[in-house]
Ligand binder design. Structure first.
Ligand code: ZN
Length: 155
């Protein structure tokens, strides 16, 4: 299932990412998602995860504008959900450099199955596999409206 997450909060990630005092939301600028979903019968006894999702995220603290590269793993069962933040890396380049990196990463996915573009964002469905037991989806999200990221193009 393709979900669009425009912002992440401390609550979503179960941890504080930014070291500033004014951390608000993290705005998602780019995301690559690998998701496996097990098809389950509602009345069967389920053990373990039925959704497993790995995400590579590029996000900006809306408080101090620092950019972070974040990797997360999400496991969701019927009763419980776990998220772990596997790595956090501060990006120290300029917005122009970041835009170049993001566009290059996004453009590298050449054989997408579906390409959805709105004024605000683009999504590429990169892989989709489905059988009786599971659905595997891989997709990428790119923000297209961020005024800091596109500042030098707007002015
Ligand atoms: Zn911050």
């Amino acid at each position: 299932m393709v979900t669009i997450t425009k912002f992440l909060t401390e609550e979503d990630l179960k941890m504080k990412i930014c070291d500033c005092q004014c951390e608000k939301n993290l705005k998602v600028l780019f995301k690559e998602i690998n998701e496996s979903e097990l098809r389950i019968q509602p009345n069967k006894d389920i053990k373990g995860a039925y959704i497993l999702r790995n995400e590579n995220i590029v996000a900006r603290c809306e408080g101090c504008k620092k950019i972070y590269f974040i990797m997360t793993t999400f496991e969701g069962g019927l009763k419980e959900q776990y998220i772990s933040v596997d790595s956090v890396e501060l990006f120290e380049g300029s917005m122009k450099e970041l835009r170049k990196i993001l566009n290059e990463m996004y453009d590298e996915y050449e054989k997408e199955l579906i390409n959805i573009a709105t004024d605000d964002y683009s999504i590429k469905i990169l892989d989709k596999f489905e059988d009786e037991e599971k659905i595997i989806t891989r997709y990428a999200y790119l923000n297209r409206e961020d005024t800091d990221l596109y500042e030098d193009l707007i002015n």
